[in-house]
Design a protein around this ligand. Structure first.
Ligand code: PGA
Length: 256
């Protein structure tokens, strides 16, 4: 059976006490009904240390939503990969479209960050995705190809095999407008082919490719049935235990 990844990106939500309460509720939910899949939560920086403690000894792993590429130094306002490791992060989201579009994250910085993640023992979850204008002008594949190529360029095949790529069409994020399963599969199969060309067949087969953008418990089964969907990256629906558990407790056999 494939081991899927269910990742919750909490974005700029939750105080420390709210974040700990959500982490505990998820932990209890998964203790009652365990899942064979990988569950990842990504709280805001301020809550990482306490959520890390609340999840200690549980199967839920933690990630951060961004980082700087340097280990330490005069970079006011930034957080280093070593700091994320120190509080118990295993993953880090890189190149989320909100960072690309609101905070001018570039492909060049992203490639420094993906290298720095592995150099510091973190697994990057690299996000790619087209805007609505790019989709409507038939540039989707060209855009995601460029994004994935730049982010993965500094990585060795064995690193790519361990990482996560998340296809998140910008027009589907936070809009309630989810990509159709066929739209997701078309792009994700394409990404896997590009990765096979750049890093070899073994890396392409092992890399986990997620879909993100308006995922909820109702639309998860339709998305998950696709051959090149290895899980989901969830924003809004990961902020409540009930809806995130509804997504995580997805059963493959329910689909067939
Ligand atoms: P959403 O966000 O589920 O709220 O659309 C997804 C994401 O940005 O990762």
């Amino acid at each position: 059976m494939r081991r899927y990844v269910f990742a919750g990106n909490w974005k700029m939500n939750k105080t420390v006490s709210e974040a700990v309460a959500l982490a505990r509720a998820l932990r209890e939910g998964l203790e009652k009904e365990p899942t064979p899949h990988e569950v990842v939560v990504m709280p805001p920086f301020t809550a990482l240390a306490e959520v890390g403690k609340a999840l200690k000894g549980s199967p839920i792993v933690m990630g951060a939503q961004n980082m700087h590429w340097e280990r330490e130094g005069a970079f006011t306002g930034e957080i280093s990969p070593a700091m994320l490791r120190d509080v118990g992060c295993a993953y880090v989201i890189l190149g989320h479209s909100e960072r690309r579009h609101i905070f001018d994250e570039t492909d060049e910085r992203l490639s420094k960050k993906s290298r720095a993640a592995f150099d510091n023992g973190l697994i990057p979850m690299v996000c790619v995705g087209e805007t609505l204008a790019e989709r409507e002008s038939n540039r989707t594949l060209e855009v995601v190809e460029r994004q994935v190529e730049r982010a993965l360029r500094p990585l060795k095949p064995e690193e790519v095999a361990r990482m996560v790529v998340s296809y998140e069409p910008v027009w589907a994020i936070g809009t309630g407008r989810v990509a159709t399963p066929d739209q997701a599969e078309e792009v994700q199969a394409f990404l896997r082919k590009r990765i096979a060309i750049s890093h070899g067949d073994d890396a392409a087969e092992a890399v986990r490719i997620l879909y993100g953008g308006s995922v909820n418990p109702g639309n998860t089964p339709g998305i998950m049935i696709q051959a090149d969907v290895d899980g989901v990256l969830v924003g809004g629906a990961s902020l409540k235990a009930e809806s995130f558990l509804g997504i995580v407790q997805y059963r493959q056999e329910e689909n067939s």
